[in-house]
Design a protein. Structure first.
Length: 219
């Protein structure tokens, strides 16, 4: 497919063994954020099958703990998170959380428009979600004419070890799909908070680089 936006950035990252040298991101509490200038505002949308774990992921990121009994999302919710990148750039993130239920999908597609970052989440333990990954990727392509210039992330969720419920979508298959479609692929579990935070910061660092380049090119 050959999109220029992610040239030079690897699109498959193994979090347990790799960490970019320039990674320096810290969390800013909502109270602190009131007094800080915000250089960049980014918004992103989480798409994916119902029960893939989108709301739980966002909750684990924002509240630093895994909560099991989250209700299925109705429509599209949003929340805000502030982070600081490379010791100097304060970034405000607005995170849109779209219900994955079939009945909501069409209506939710309007929320894809105008987002800076797109994220597709799937449950590695449910092989039928492969079809949904393609569905949501097509929805992004239809709704966002600039999608080639924006970071699109694919996230395999529920990757913690569970012998009773083994994974059905292998890392190789997901990486292959990501690579063929110019997506950045990461594996996480909402239960492993530290790794999840680390992954999220790496993702935001990649996104920030791409979006800054895009901004510069538009000037
Ligand atoms: N084992 C495990 N369960 C998870 C993980 N993340 C989410 N879950 C569970 O998966 C179920 C669905 O999670 P949700 O966050 O509601 O899923 P969703 O993608 O927001 O679903 P919709 O809002 O219906 O689109 C819940 O029971 C979560 O506790 C994970 O990393 N590991
Ligand atoms: Mg939800």
């Amino acid at each position: 497919m050959g999109a220029p936006f992610n040239k030079g950035i690897k699109n498959v990252c193994n979090i347990s063994t790799e960490q970019p040298n320039n990674l320096s991101v810290e969390n800013i509490s909502n109270e602190q954020s009131n007094t800080l200038p915000v250089e960049n505002n980014y918004s992103f949308i989480m798409l994916g099958s119902t029960f893939a774990g989108k709301t739980t992921l966002i909750n684990s990121l924002i509240n630093n703990k895994f909560v099991d009994s989250i209700e299925s999302t109705i429509g599209c919710d949003y929340s805000t998170k502030y982070i600081k990148i490379n010791d100097k750039e304060n970034i405000k993130l607005v995170i849109w959380d779209a219900s994955g239920k079939e009945v909501s999908r069409k209506a939710n597609s309007v929320f894809i428009k105008n987002r800076n970052i797109h994220v597709i989440v799937f449950d590695v333990r449910r092989k039928e979600e492969m079809n949904d990954i393609s569905y949501f990727l097509n929805q992004i392509k239809q709704m966002d004419k600039d999608y080639k210039e924006k970071p699109i992330f694919l996230i395999g969720n529920k990757c913690e070890k569970n012998n009773n419920n083994p994974r059905q979508i292998s890392k190789e298959i997901a990486e292959d799909f990501a690579s063929k479609n110019n997506l950045f692929y990461f594996e996480v579990s909402s239960k492993r908070i530290r790794t999840l935070q680390k992954t999220f910061y790496i993702m935001m660092n990649i996104a920030n680089d791409i979006l800054k380049k895009k901004k510069k090119n538009q000037k």
